[in-house]
Design a protein around this ligand. Structure first.
Ligand code: HEM
Length: 492
């Protein structure tokens, strides 16, 4: 009898497997063979590999314009072809406006009103309002606040000259100081105080160490239904509540004392004060706090990792480091300061940062979904409505056809002469099209300020503690390394 039950159970499982995993084969789309229950994401769910490696492996296995995969039982299309990417990101943007991520106002009102996860008209309303906050004019006004933090970073290194430091942590202190100052109007003193409360909050916000946090963020990106069922939030709840309170008390204090600082809080408050009756999207306290929280969560690890990966590569490539330092010192001597124009004058600095973002594309992928049925002209294939699309930035950035010798750190790829040869839609560290990163200008400025202020006075050296090659922490959201980024800091 037992054998019959077992046989029936196995037959049922086989039937379910076939039914679930025949979506792509029945549509003639090449697909990555799914592993039972987890599809292509077993190694990610089991924390065996970082998504950066999984996407590269799938990308490298195929040479077709797109590949079907399953994330658990959900069909997802990985698009490899730059021509089709242009359609998705720019030409037919309206048909791929949203990301397939969770957005449930009753479960997570903050996430539902962030630029990143909001949908359709809500996204359009927020984006239109927020875009003017990131113009170069506004960045210039914020520069003095950034400069204070860059000087603190310089002072921090001066005190520790001669030591080998873990730089991911050092640069995180710097970026949390800047984002707290610019987005929350408070000094977090992370560089001055090892026990800064805000640093602890920033670490907790997107920390995926616990199973619950890992599950919440995985569900947010890949199985939005679980967010509805298990009512989990994208950001850690205690950390985000702390930041919301901080944001609201700063606004109240500013109104009482009429303080003007030209930071993101002022800009958000002005947007709210100047709202018209006819505006489709109107801010309230929670919606404003959601924007500040987005800036905080999207803006600190991205910039701090870009800075620390750059310093790491400079330590491994002393010739590049020397050339960059020469440019930084000459520019400083010419302007007597790192003004906005001075930062943008440094062409080699720009090349170096671009190459860091190629080799370390922090988010590894972009995501979108189809708003309706859509036929790709190139192949005649019709994609169903509401199918998740993953854009494998990690795969594109390491494709030798677009970036020869991709493991090599080579800023020359982005020289005046070479950068125009890069095929469009193969270099996507900030995404592309109307839904690309809104904080790009801010992030680049923060990154370049840190590099200018440190390279002017310090050298960064490889030691026995410097991990080569790097191993990524499979349980991290951005590309975090397992062992940190250790370099010796030498005062010049
Ligand atoms: C080096 C720094 C940064 C990198 C590499 C980066 C990367 C990205 C990427 C890849 C996306 C997705 C784009 C797409 O889907 O096409 C994105 C979106 C976004 N980023 Fe950044 N980012 C950085 C800094 C920042 C900063 C400093 C902020 C805010 C202060 C920010 C705010 C956002 C927001 C709000 C979105 C969602 C935009 C939307 O959906 O309309 N980012 N970022």
């Amino acid at each position: 009898m037992f054998a019959i039950y077992l046989g029936c159970l196995l037959l049922l499982l086989y039937y379910l497997y076939q039914k679930t995993y025949s979506y792509w084969s029945s549509r003639g789309v090449p697909f990555d063979k799914p592993f039972l229950i987890f599809g292509s994401f077993f190694d990610i769910a089991a924390r065996k590999k970082h998504i950066f490696h999984v996407l590269r492996e799938i990308y490298d296995k195929f040479d077709t314009p797109y590949v079907g995969i399953y994330i658990l039982n959900q069909p997802t299309l990985i698009v490899r072809s730059p021509e089709i990417l242009k359609r998705i990101l720019v030409k037919d943007f309206d048909k791929f406006l949203n990301r397939k991520v969770a957005s449930n106002e009753s479960v997570d009102p903050i996430a539902a009103h962030t630029l990143f996860s909001s949908k359709d008209q809500i996204w359009r309303g927020i984006r239109a309002k927020i875009s003017p906050v990131f113009t170069s004019g506004k960045m210039k006004l914020m520069l003095p606040l950034m400069k204070e933090c860059a000087e603190d970073l310089n002072a921090y290194l001066t005190k520790r000259a001669g030591e080998t430091l873990e730089f991911r942590n050092v640069t995180k202190k710097y970026s949390v100081d800047i984002i707290s100052s610019c987005a929350f109007g408070v000094n977090s003193y992370c560089l001055k105080d090892d026990n800064s409360e805000i640093m602890q909050v920033a670490t907790k916000l997107l920390d995926l160490k616990s199973f619950v946090r890992n599950f919440s963020v995985f569900s947010f990106f890949f199985v939005p239904k679980f967010v509805d069922i298990f009512r989990v939030t994208f950001l850690d709840k205690t950390a985000s509540d702390y930041l919301i309170k901080m944001f609201q008390s700063t606004i109240a204090e500013r109104q009482k004392k009429n303080i003007v600082r030209n930071d993101l809080i002022d800009l958000l408050s002005n947007l709210k004060d100047n709202e018209k009756f006819t505006d489709e999207y109107k801010f309230d306290d929670i919606k404003m706090a959601a924007q500040a929280l987005t800036f905080f969560s999207a803006g600190n690890d991205t910039t701090s990792l870009t800075i620390s990966f750059t310093l790491y590569e400079l330590a491994l490539n002393p010739t590049i480091q020397d050339r960059l330092r020469q440019e930084v010192q000459e520019t400083f001597a010419k302007h007597g300061d790192f003004t906005y124009d001075a930062i943008y004058e440094m062409k080699y600095l720009d090349m170096v940062v671009n190459e860091t973002l190629r080799k370390y594309p922090l988010t590894s992928f972009l995501n979108r979904k189809s708003a309706s049925k859509y036929t790709f002209e190139e192949t005649g294939f019709t994609l169903d409505e509401d199918v998740a699309i993953l854009i494998p930035v990690a795969g594109l950035h390491f494709d030798p056809e677009y970036f020869p010798d991709p493991e090599k750190y080579d800023p020359e790829r982005f020289s005046e002469e070479n950068k125009n040869k890069i095929q469009p839609y193969t270099y996507l560290p900030f995404g592309d099209g109307p839904r690309s990163c809104i904080g790009q200008r801010f992030g680049l400025l923060v990154t370049k300020m840190a590099l200018a202020y440190t390279l002017k006075d310090f050298a960064f050296e490889r030691t026995a503690a410097t991990a080569v090659p790097l191993v990524f922490n499979s349980g991290s959201f951005f590309m975090q390394t397992k062992t940190g980024l250790h370099m010796k800091v030498v005062k010049l």
